[in-house]
Write a protein that binds this ligand. Structure first.
Ligand code: ADP
Ligand code: MG
Length: 294
């Protein structure tokens, strides 16, 4: 992987397709939980697609169908043209970056060893994995002096950064992020969002980002998919399209267009900015094509 980067021979970011994906979880009571009901969705290569929906709408389940941590009851998931069901699950998880909802760091291992976990499993030497780990710490804005600490000795925001660095350690062209900035305060969260967008300008990975926070979705997403119950797609489009033309009352109220938050987009010095009802800026809107124009 390191060689890959060094030679400038970066792999192309894949497209991901969900085809009629249904997932039932059995319950002791009898009636299964329908976590996903016939979800079909295309994820464009090299962009940030945000899946946004309330708790229980099936976001985590949908994401985990990609790296085979969840097996659909029916339907399939394709990475480029390969059905993931036919790929080796362990290999898949060692090549796809995955940032978990709770940082998922190993508490008894130092930061640098957490970051280097998968490269070590993939056979990278300890020395190379650590050298790369330190570079990744730079990339995600972590001071190298934290490398020898244990996760419990870091702030919530720092732990999230370690989680992102660990996911990037496999040089992923596909990155799954499950509410990665959920547990941190709003200011740190805004920093992490800005940094992720800057990082993506270089990575150009296919990123599937899950959140329940609509402002985060509008700020980060090239493409935003609003999920209702059982992964039903209420609407999808660019943030601007959704705010300009919500498909129905559910979407409008999810966007906060009719509520006291009154989210809207306004232009400041030619930059589209998401503001709330009081005119307080929440963040820059991630406009489609913005990166291409840079
Ligand atoms: P989200 O990430 O949007 O909160 P999830 O994918 O975690 O949603 O869950 C979707 C639904 O499936 C919820 O009703 C949840 O309770 C249920 N569910 C998730 N995982 C399991 C599981 N392992 N066993 C039983 N039910 C589950
Ligand atoms: Mg979840």
């Amino acid at each position: 992987m390191a060689a890959d980067r060094a030679s400038g021979n970066r792999k192309r970011a894949p497209r991901v397709q969900f085809e009629h994906v249904t997932k039932h979880y059995p319950t002791p009571g009898g009636q299964p939980v329908v976590a996903l009901d016939d979800v079909s969705l295309q994820i464009a290569p090299g962009r940030i697609t945000v899946l946004v929906g309330s708790s229980g709408s099936g976001k985590t389940t949908l994401l985990r169908c990609v790296n085979r941590m969840v097996t659909p009851t029916s339907g399939r998931v394709l990475i480029d043209d390969a059905d993931v069901a036919g790929l080796d699950a362990v290999q898949l998880r060692r090549t796809i970056g995955y940032v978990m909802q709770e940082s998922g760091l190993l508490p008894h291992r130092r930061v640098i060893d957490n970051i280097a976990t998968v490269p070590r499993l993939n056979g990278t030497s300890r020395r190379d994995a650590h050298a790369r780990g330190l570079e990744l710490m730079d990339m995600v804005g972590l001071n190298r002096s934290l490398a020898t600490r244990y996760p419990g000795e870091l702030s919530g925001g720092q732990q999230q950064r370690v989680g992102v660095a660990r996911a990037l350690a496999v040089s992923p062209t596909l990155l799954l992020m499950d509410e990665p900035f959920g547990a941190v305060d709003p200011i740190v969260r805004a920093d992490l969002q800005t940094e992720l967008r800057a990082l993506q300008a270089d990575l150009a990975a296919t990123i599937i980002f899950v959140t329940h926070d609509i402002s985060e979705a509008l700020i980060l997403g090239d493409h935003v998919v609003i999920l209702a119950e059982s992964g039903r797609i209420a609407q999808q489009g660019s943030g601007i399209e959704l705010v300009a033309q919500p498909a129905d009352q559910f979407v409008a109220s999810f966007l906060g267009l009719d509520a006291e938050r009154g989210l809207r987009v306004c232009e400041v010095a030619g930059v589209p900015v998401v503001v709330d009802a009081s005119g307080r800026p929440i963040g820059r809107l991630n406009e489609p094509g913005e990166r291409a124009a840079r």
